[in-house]
Design a protein. Structure first.
Length: 255
């Protein structure tokens, strides 16, 4: 497991390499990144230095999770299968990317002997003023010799417990810990660090990986606040800190 930054992970499981919400761009926003938010931290490795990528998981169509420049480059270099929520397959096809599988919540596909399940999230979608809610948002479970959960973007709700009961226990859950401010606006669609730890418990996961922080200038909380709040909550709850990871960009962790 290598955290590239934000929600981008390189996951290596059972000889299969896959990415989550890949983004190698310097900005996240419309018009090819000419507008939007800048990165705090550059990607720790070049896209060209990735190993063979077998498939790519996309959680939803917001610019920081579905980056057009990056998916075009990945398609040209690796021709991976893009596994996407409903509505995004057509968006990819409009850009010449046709190797895609589209799923709704509860549906699954098997690729390279891994079972990929489209699971719920509490979020939203849209890239312009006129396409809000037209494409589905999702989280993902990848099941092989170990079980991996990727939350995408989400508010806190009962879906974590339901997923844990249906598909868990998980060996590793990657959960967002940043972009939770201002809280009165973000609460419905972005979990705070303390809620991420509760979600991890609900999922019945052995290990926790904090993502979606410290990469893009998206929210009002200080750059380094999410890991500090995670550490404080781990101490308050008396959790085993060795099971909870908030890694550095480019750090590879065996799981």
């Amino acid at each position: 497991m290598t955290w590239i930054g934000h929600s981008t992970l390189l996951v290596q499981l059972d000889g299969v390499n896959f990415l989550t919400d890949p983004n190698w761009s310097k900005r996240s926003g419309p018009f090819g990144g000419l507008m939007g938010v800048r990165r705090y931290t550059l990607p720790p490795l070049r896209l060209e230095d990735l190993p063979r990528i077998d498939f790519v998981l996309i959680s939803h169509d917001h610019y920081d999770h579905l980056d057009e420049a990056t998916v075009r480059r990945l398609s040209e270099r690796f021709n991976p299968t893009f596994v996407v929520p409903l509505g995004i397959k057509a968006w990819l096809a409009d850009r010449g990317i046709t190797n895609a599988v589209e799923l709704g919540w509860g549906q699954s596909v098997t690729l390279k002997d891994l079972t990929i399940v489209c699971t719920p999230a509490q979020h939203g979608s849209g890239r312009t003023m006129v396409d809000h809610g037209r494409r589905l948002w999702a989280s993902w479970a990848v099941l092989g010799s170990q079980r991996f959960y990727f939350a995408g973007d989400t508010g806190y709700s009962s879906h974590f417990k339901e997923i844990g009961e249906a598909l868990g226990p998980f060996d590793l859950a990657a959960l967002p810990i940043g972009s939770y401010t201002p809280r009165e606006i973000a609460r419905a669609v972005h979990i705070a660090p303390e809620e991420a730890l509760q979600a991890w418990t609900d999922l019945r996961a052995s290990r926790f990986l904090g993502i979606h922080w410290g990469t893009f200038m998206l929210a009002r909380e200080p750059y380094d606040e999410p890991p500090r709040r995670i550490a404080a909550e781990v101490f308050r709850r008396g959790l085993d800190p060795s099971a909870l990871w908030v890694s550095n960009p480019g750090e590879t962790i065996p799981w």
